[in-house]
Design a binder for this molecule. Structure first.
Ligand code: SAM
Length: 275
């Protein structure tokens, strides 16, 4: 008998993946966590039935979350990751020698534990000397932080459960206070095919708080529609004005210096969401 995992991305559309076996399944205090061994994309982490990361395409998302903001800021010493319990963003952040300390605040310790066990190539930096891990609510951590971070990355689930408030204007205002005077942040902001209203609202909210607000995209095959967006808010540094000398090879498979700029060139129907 064949086993297939299906994520319904809308009521009428979804993706499906052939499964070798279920490696782990549990209901945590926050969400339904499954680790599946797929035939096409390797091990896959799902939360509440939504794909979070897979061994085969994770590099795209993690490289674009980490390197765009870290090459935009000229001296990113203190970094915060909200969410990110699979560890992929951490792995990319510690590749930057300027980073002195990176703090990860993940609400669900089970995600970290299960990722370490079944996604070793992704969850490889949790024991790095520059890494601090806090199991807690990122919303509260931001509310309690002032002038603390150069760069903040919001690697959350979609706006469901504990992540709903991470897409609200109040959270972005909190991020602005938690950042130093020349700080910047990025957040994953879902896809333009099925979540256009969310992108439009988040971009508008961030634009009312940060002098520089930009949207960039990446192709992630196992994410809804395959076209993903990231919203960047910056107090001073513009990702489109990064000095060429700032870039160097950090061992990536998707991100490049040219793609850093190209990722901000948006298809018209996506650019219209920022108007
Ligand atoms: N890349 C994935 C995506 O775009 O859907 C997200 C991956 S990461 C595993 C998402 C993490 O955000 C989950 O582990 C979830 O537990 C965490 N999370 C959700 N709400 C949170 C909150 N309020 N504070 C901290 N972490 C949160």
């Amino acid at each position: 008998m064949e086993l297939w995992f299906t994520e319904k991305q809308t009521e009428r559309f979804g993706i499906t993946a052939k499964i070798k076996r279920t490696l782990h399944t549990e209901q945590t205090p926050y969400q339904k966590l499954d680790m599946l061994e797929t035939e096409e994309f390797g091990n896959m982490l799902t939360l509440d039935g939504m794909v979070m990361t897979t061994e085969r395409d994770e590099f795209v998302y993690h490289e674009m979350v980490a390197h765009v903001p870290l090459f935009t800021h000229p001296n990113p010493r203190r970094v915060l990751v909200v969410g990110g319990g699979d560890g992929g963003v951490l792995r990319e952040v510690v590749k930057h020698p300027e980073v002195e300390k990176v703090t990860l605040v993940e609400i669900d310790g089970k995600v970290i534990e299960t990722s370490k066990k079944y996604l070793p190539s992704i969850a490889s930096a949790f024991d790095h000397p520059k890494v601090e891990v806090i199991v807690g609510d990122g919303f509260m951590h931001i509310a309690e932080s002032r002038d603390a971070y150069d760069v903040i990355m919001v690697d959350s689930t979609e706006p469901v459960g504990p992540a709903v408030k991470l897409f609200e204007k109040g959270f972005y205002e909190g991020i602005s206070k938690a950042l130093k005077e020349d700080g910047l942040f990025i957040a994953q902001t879902d896809n333009p095919w099925f979540k256009a209203d969310l992108i439009r609202k988040v971009f508008r909210d961030v634009k009312e708080i940060f002098p520089i607000t930009r949207l960039y995209t990446a192709n992630i095959p196992t994410y809804p529609s395959g076209l993903w967006t990231f919203t960047l808010g910056s107090k001073k540094y513009d990702p489109l004005k990064v000095d060429a000398g700032r870039f160097r090879d950090v061992g990536t498979k998707y991100y490049t210096k040219d793609l850093h700029f190209a990722a901000f060139v948006l298809p018209k129907f996506v650019a219209d969401l920022t108007k």
